[in-house]
Design a protein around this ligand. Structure first.
Ligand SMILES: [Zn+2]
Ligand SMILES: [Zn+2]
Length: 290
């Protein structure tokens, strides 16, 4: 829909973008790509478990950034398509707030026609991610409640793990959860059961929502073109620190400017913070508030 400005069209209008996925993330990615870019997202059902899984049976090689790139390239190789997308999530404590769980999502986009790659990421605290080793059904029920079970699935396995085939994934009913727990308890050497949230997107609505938010961010970026060379993907590439203290005018550690860049040419632009903040509060100042 180009109703607001009939002259300006999406650089990806009517293009087919191949999303390499096993867990139906297209549900989250398709709507913003349709709305913002008039592009069609189709899926390529590659066995991305070869590249590693969340529950640790196959160790992921390399970083999440490399993994998502390989997944995206794999999909393009398999289909011979021109435009590709892949997604990757990792879960764990927040980088600056200890013990605060986070979902870190990455989307990788490849444009073979124009010859560029673009990665966008999002760190979100909107996650049910948690793990525990438990020894009673009462503990299990408390864990399940905090994990938003059964709308969000769980994974259960023995804590001390001799037989790696004993693992129950994608559990979505209380009866199945209790039964899996009893089985794993009987098979665990230390009489504890490892329980974790199943983070696969189709079993985790919170994660699906974060992927949708990130897809919107990437879609917005792909709809913006470089003022110098018109390549899509124009957007913020880094932040400059040094926002002045409101009182003494010395630079602080806070962001002062947003640097916009192109995926293809060296053109860039410095802009003031888009949130309109022009000075730092004294409490962020090393001089006023040492
Ligand atoms: Zn100051
Ligand atoms: Zn450019």
């Amino acid at each position: 829909m180009q109703q607001t400005d009939p002259v300006r069209r999406s650089p990806y209008e009517n293009c087919r973008i191949v999303l390499t996925t096993k867990h139906d993330k297209a549900v989250a990615i398709r709507p913003p790509f349709e709305e913002l870019l008039s592009a069609e997202v189709i899926t390529c059902d590659a066995d991305t478990d070869q590249l590693g899984t969340f529950s640790g049976e196959v160790d992921r090689e390399g970083t999440a950034f490399e993994c998502v790139r390989r997944k995206c390239e794999l999909g393009l190789q398999m289909t011979g398509a021109t435009y590709g997308l892949a997604s990757e999530g990792s879960f764990g404590p927040h980088p600056t707030i200890p013990f605060f769980p986070c979902d870190y999502e990455i989307l990788h986009f490849i444009d073979h026609h124009r010859g560029f790659h673009l990665q966008e990421s999002l760190l979100s605290e909107k996650t049910n991610y948690r793990t525990a080793s438990l020894s009673s059904l009462e503990e299990l029920d408390r864990f399940a409640e905090k994990s938003q079970f059964p709308s969000h699935a769980l994974i259960v396995r023995p804590h001390v793990w001799r037989d790696r085939s004993v693992i129950f994934k994608g559990i979505q009913s209380p009866d199945a959860l209790h039964e899996a727990f009893r089985t794993c308890l009987a098979q665990s050497d230390d009489e504890k059961v490892w329980v974790e949230t199943d983070m696969r997107a189709h079993l985790n609505p919170s994660r699906m929502a974060v992927i949708a938010e990130l897809a919107r961010k990437l879609g917005q970026r792909l709809s913006a073109e470089c003022p110098a060379c018109s390549t899509p993907g124009w957007g913020i590439v880094r932040f400059e620190k040094g926002l002045q203290c409101e009182y003494c005018r010395l630079p602080t550690e806070l962001v002062s400017e947003e640097i916009y860049g192109c995926v293809s040419c060296p053109f860039s632009e410095r802009r003031e913070r888009s949130d309109g903040v022009k000075a730092a509060s004294q409490r962020y100042c090393a001089w006023c508030n040492p």
